[in-house]
Design a binder for this molecule. Structure first.
Ligand code: FUC
Length: 823
C-alpha cells in the first residue's frame, strides 16, 4: 500500500529527528539512560489510568508490554466462608483463654476462605516491532519526560538518526508510537502482537493487527475477561504488507502506530461489554486526529494535573549522569534533584495509573508483565492500597483519589453479605485483601488474613478527602458507607474480660506474630483500636455536620468511650498488642501500631508528647532498612516525628539501586533502574509512600495548624515547593533559604482561620504584622482529636520531647483570596 504524499513529506522533514546533544540529555524531570532496557525493571512506564505500556526501547526490537486495568483472572465472585458463625464463639473463647494456637486452627477452618483467595491482574501481552537496518547503532539515548508523559528514544545507524516517541493518551484512549528518521525511506520493520493468553493474533488488513484473548483461570475460577486489542499502522511513505500474523512495513519515512485495547468489563458484577466494539470505537475516533493533535491533547490533559505542584530542592553536578547511575551513587553523592524527580515520579505514576471512572492502582499500579504476579498484583488493604493514595490529596491530585473512593463504596456493598454470613453482623466488613471482584472474605490464612479491619482503614480516606475539599455534598454521598462500617463493629465488638474494653476479636496486628507466639491471632490489637477511634470519631462528626441520626450517634459515642486507650509498655514503646508482648528485636516490616502516628494523627508532638516519645521508641526498635513500602512508610513516620534528618536517611535507604536480575522476595528493598520501588519484587506502594513522606517533611496540617518545614533535613537548606494542598482547602506554596522560610503564598478556597506554624518570624507582605496565634484554632478542619490518656507501664522510661522553636500565627482568610507572607 503506497501512501507517500508530497504534503506529508514536507511535514516529516520539518520534524527531522536529531541525535541528542549532551546538553539535551536528561533535565530536571527527565529520567534517561544510555542503553536499552534489558529487562522489565529497566523499561519505562506509560499509562492513562486504563491502558498502559512498559517500553523497552531496543533499536533492534521494540517491545511494548501492554496492560489494561480490568484484565484480571476469574470473574464476578465471592469468598465468604459460610461456616464462620459456627466457629466464631469458640475462636473468641480460645483467644481470651490464651490458647492462640487452637484459635488459629479453628480460624483457618471456619473463617478463612475455602477456595478463592483473590484474582490476579494479568498482562495483555506485547506489541513487538522488529527493525531492519539496526546493526551497529550508535548515539543511543532514551528518556521518560515526567513533565509531558512522553517516552522518547533516539539512535543512529550510519548517517541516519532514528527517533521513537510513545505516549498513552487519556483523552484519546490509545497508546501511540511515532517512528521517524532523518532521511526518507529508512523505516523498515515487522510488527506483531503476542500474548500467553491470546486466542487469535492476525493482520486484519495491510495496516491493522488484531489480537484477542481471555484472562486466565485461577483457583478453579474460569477466566471470563475477554480482550480485544488492535494496532493501526499509519505509514507515510513506503509500503505495508500482510504476513502470517504480522505486518511488514518497508521503506517508510514516518510511521504512527495507534494501539487500542478494550475488555468486556463493565463493573465488578458485570462482564457484558462488547470488547470488539469498544476497541474499534477508540481506534476509529483516535485515527481521525493527526499525531500532532493527539500529542498536544495528551500533554494538556496530563499537565492539567502534573503541573499543579513543582518542587525544587536544588541541583548538583551529580544530576548529569544517567538515572540508573544516579540511583547507584545516591548514598555517596549530593544529588537533591534526584529526590525531587523521584517525588514527581510518584505523582506521575498516580496520574498514569488512577483516573476518575477507572480502576484503583493495584500493587503494581497498572504495570504488570507477569500472568502470575507477586501477591496476584491485587489490593492488599492492610497497608498497601491505602499507601498508594497517601500522596493524592496533599500533592494536589484529588481527582486521582476517586477510583479508591468508588472501590470503598463497592466494598461496602459486597462486604455487607460477608458481615452477615461470616459474623452474623449488620453493616459491612472487608479483611486484608480484595480484588477487582470486590471480595471481602478472609484470604490466605488466619495469621495474615484474619483482619476484619480493611474496610475500617479504607474508610478513613472518605473523611480525609473531605478535610481537603470541605464539600458537604461529597460527604453526604459517603456517609452511608461510614455509618454502615460503624454498624458492623457495633455488632462485632466484644468485651474483653480484664478491663471490660470493647475489642475486635479475632484479629491480628497486620502480619506480625508476637515473638514467642505460634499464632498472630489476638483480640484488641493497637491498630484496631486506633482505627475504630478514627472511624467512630469521624462518623460521629459527619453525622453531626449533616444533622443526621442523633440516636445512632449516641450509640456510637458509647462505643467510642469503651475502646481501649493506647498503652506504653515496659520498654517505653507504644504497645502493639493489648498485652505488653513487644520485643526490641522485632524488625517486622509492618509497623501497624504506628498507624496512630501516620497516616492518623492521634499521636502528635504537641497534643500527646508521651505517646509521641513511645512511638519514636517503637520505631527505633523496628530499624530502618526493610522492604520498599516499609521504608516509604518510615519516611512519613520520621517526618511526623519531626526528624528531617532521619526521614532523609530513609529516602537514601529507599534510593538504593536494586539489581533487577536478582529477583526473589526480600527485606532489602530499594529502587530499580526505572525508579520503580523494589519490595523486592516491584511493588508501587513504596513509590507513593515516599512521595507522601517527602510532602510530610515539608508540610503538614494534621496537628491544629499548617506546619511549614516541620521536618526539613539539614542538607536541604534551600528550596521551594508550590501548589500543595492541606486541610481546610488551603493551597500552599513556599520557598526557603538557610533552612528558614522566605515567602509563603496561601490560596484560601474555603475561607476560615489559617493558622501557620513556621520555623522563623514572618510578616504579611507590605510590612503588616501577623497575629500571634492563641487558644484553639477556630477553623473546624483543624480540630485536634482527643485521644484517651495512655496507660503507662511502671517500668517504662520515657524520654523528654523537646519542641523546636516555632512561631504560630493566625490569619483570617476569605474564600478565593490569596495571601502572601514574607520574612
Ligand atoms: C503484605 C506484606 C508484604 C507485601 C504484600 C503485598 O503481605 O506483608 O510485604 O506487601 O502484602
Amino acid at each position: 500500500m503506497k501512501t507517500l504524499k508530497f504534503t506529508l513529506l514536507i511535514s516529516v522533514f520539518a520534524l527531522l529527528p536529531m541525535a541528542q546533544s549532551n546538553a539535551q540529555k536528561g533535565g530536571k524531570l527527565k529520567m534517561w539512560y544510555d542503553k536499552p532496557a534489558s529487562n522489565w525493571n529497566e523499561a519505562l512506564p506509560l499509562g492513562n489510568g486504563r491502558i498502559a505500556a512498559m517500553v523497552f526501547s531496543n533499536p533492534v526490537k521494540e517491545q511494548l508490554q501492554l496492560n489494561e486495568s480490568s484484565f484480571w483472572t476469574g470473574g464476578p465472585s465471592r469468598n465468604d466462608n459460610p461456616d464462620g458463625l459456627q466457629g466464631l464463639d469458640s475462636i473468641r473463647y480460645y483467644i481470651f483463654k490464651g490458647n492462640y494456637t487452637r484459635a488459629n486452627t479453628l480460624s483457618n477452618k471456619f473463617l478463612t476462605a475455602m477456595k478463592l483467595h483473590g484474582s490476579m491482574f494479568q498482562s495483555i501481552g506485547n506489541l513487538n516491532l522488529i527493525f531492519d537496518n539496526t546493526d551497529g547503532f550508535t548515539n543511543y539515548y532514551r528518556e521518560l519526560d515526567l513533565g509531558s508523559a512522553v517516552q522518547t528514544t533516539t539512535y543512529q545507524v550510519g548517517d541516519v538518526t532514528y527517533k521513537r516517541e510513545v505516549l498513552a493518551s487519556q483523552p484519546d484512549q490509545v497508546i501511540v508510537v511515532r517512528l521517524s528518521a532523518s532521511k526518507p525511506g529508512q523505516l523498515s520493520f515487522s510488527a506483531n502482537f503476542d500474548s500467553q493468553l491470546q486466542k487469535s493474533s492476525t493482520a486484519l488488513d495491510a495496516n491493522t493487527l488484531e489480537m484477542t484473548g481471555l484472562s486466565g483461570s485461577h483457583e478453579g475460577l474460569n477466566g471470563q475477561v475477554k480482550f480485544d486489542t488492535r494496532a493501526k499502522i499509519i505509514n507515510i511513505g513506503g509500503t505495508t504488507s500482510v504476513g502470517a500474523n504480522n505486518i511488514k512495513v518497508s521503506n517508510a519515512n514516518e510511521v504512527v502506530i495507534m494501539i487500542s485495547i478494550a475488555t468486556n468489563f463493565v463493573d465488578y458484577k458485570t462482564l457484558t461489554a462488547n470488547e470488539v466494539q469498544k476497541c474499534t470505537n477508540y481506534l476509529a475516533a483516535a485515527q481521525k486526529k493527526p499525531y500532532a493533535r493527539i500529542l498536544k491533547d495528551h500533554i494538556a490533559a496530563f499537565q492539567k494535573y502534573f503541573n499543579r505542584v513543582s518542587l525544587d530542592l536544588g541541583t548538583s553536578p551529580a544530576a548529569q549522569a544517567t538515572t540508573n547511575e544516579r540511583i547507584k551513587n545516591f548514598s555517596k553523592s549530593n544529588d537533591p534533584e534526584l529526590v525531587s524527580m523521584y517525588y514527581q515520579f510518584g505523582r506521575y505514576l498516580l496520574i498514569s495509573s488512577s483516573q476518575p471512572g477507572g480502576q484503583v492502582a493495584n500493587l503494581q499500579g497498572i504495570w504488570n508483565g507477569s500472568n502470575n504476579p507477586a501477591w496476584d498484583s491485587k489490593y492488599t488493604i492492610n497497608i498497601n492500597t491505602e499507601m498508594n493514595y497517601w500522596p493524592a490529596e496533599k500533592s494536589n491530585l484529588s481527582e486521582m483519589h476517586e477510583p479508591l473512593i468508588q472501590m470503598i463504596k463497592e466494598l461496602s456493598e459486597s462486604g455487607k453479605e460477608t458481615a452477615k454470613v461470616m459474623y452474623g453482623s449488620n453493616g459491612w466488613v472487608a479483611h486484608h485483601n480484595t480484588d477487582i471482584w470486590r471480595i471481602t472474605g478472609v484470604v490466605d490464612f488466619a495469621d495474615a488474613g484474619q483482619w476484619p479491619m480493611g474496610g475500617a482503614w479504607l474508610s478513613q480516606h472518605l473523611w480525609e478527602k473531605y478535610l481537603y475539599n470541605g464539600d458537604l455534598k461529597y460527604l453526604e454521598s459517603v456517609y452511608p458507607v461510614l455509618k454502615s462500617a460503624c454498624e458492623f463493629y457495633k455488632d462485632f465488638l466484644i468485651e474483653e474480660p480484664t478491663h471490660k474494653w470493647l475489642v475486635v476479636s479475632p484479629s491480628v496486628s497486620p502480619e506480625n506474630t508476637p515473638i514467642g507466639h505460634s499464632s498472630a491471632l489476638v483480640a484488641g490489637c493497637t491498630i484496631d483500636n486506633q482505627l475504630l477511634f478514627d472511624l467512630f470519631t469521624k462518623t460521629i462528626k459527619t453525622a453531626k455536620l449533616l444533622k443526621k441520626d442523633a440516636a445512632q450517634v449516641a450509640d456510637f459515642k458509647k462505643i467510642l468511650d469503651r475502646l481501649p486507650p493506647m498503652q506504653i509498655g515496659r520498654l517505653g514503646q507504644l504497645q502493639e498488642w493489648l498485652e505488653d508482648w513487644d520485643n526490641a528485636k522485632d524488625q517486622n516490616r509492618h509497623v501497624s501500631h504506628l498507624y496512630g502516628l501516620f497516616p492518623s494523627s492521634q499521636i502528635t508532638p504537641y497534643a500527646t508528647p508521651q505517646l509521641f516519645d513511645a512511638a519514636r521508641t517503637s520505631l527505633n526498635y523496628r530499624g530502618d532498612v526493610s522492604t520498599g513500602w516499609s521504608m516509604g512508610w518510615k519516611v512519613n513516620f520520621w517526618a511526623r516525628l519531626l526528624d528531617g534528618n532521619h526521614a532523609r536517611k530513609l529516602i537514601s535507604d529507599q534510593l538504593t539501586l536494586v539489581d533487577p536480575a536478582k529477583g526473589g522476595y526480600g527485606g532489602g528493598g530499594g529502587t530499580y533502574p526505572n525508579f520503580f520501588d523494589a519490595h523486592p519484587p516491584f511493588q508501587i506502594d513504596g513509590n507513593f509512600g515516599c512521595t507522601s513522606g517527602i510532602t510530610e517533611m515539608l508540610l503538614q496540617s494534621h496537628d491544629g495548624a499548617i506546619d511549614i518545614l516541620p521536618a526539613l533535613p539539614d542538607d536541604w537548606e534551600k528550596g521551594s515547593i508550590s501548589g500543595l494542598k492541606v486541610y481546610g482547602g488551603f493551597e500552599v506554596s513556599f520557598a526557603w533559604e538557610n533552612n528558614k522560610v522566605q515567602k509563603i503564598t496561601i490560596k484560601s478556597n474555603l475561607g476560615g482561620n489559617c493558622r501557620i506554624r513556621v520555623p522563623n518570624e514572618l510578616n504579611l507582605v507590605g510590612g503588616k504584622a501577623l497575629k500571634v496565634a492563641t487558644g484553639e484554632n477556630s477553623n473546624p478542619f483543624f480540630e485536634i482529636l482527643k485521644v484517651k490518656e495512655p496507660l503507662i507501664s511502671a517500668d517504662a522510661k520515657l524520654n523528654p520531647v523537646t519542641q523546636k522553636i516555632t512561631y504560630l500565627y493566625d490569619l483570617p482568610t476569605e474564600a478565593g483570596k490569596v495571601y502572601t507572607i514574607i520574612r
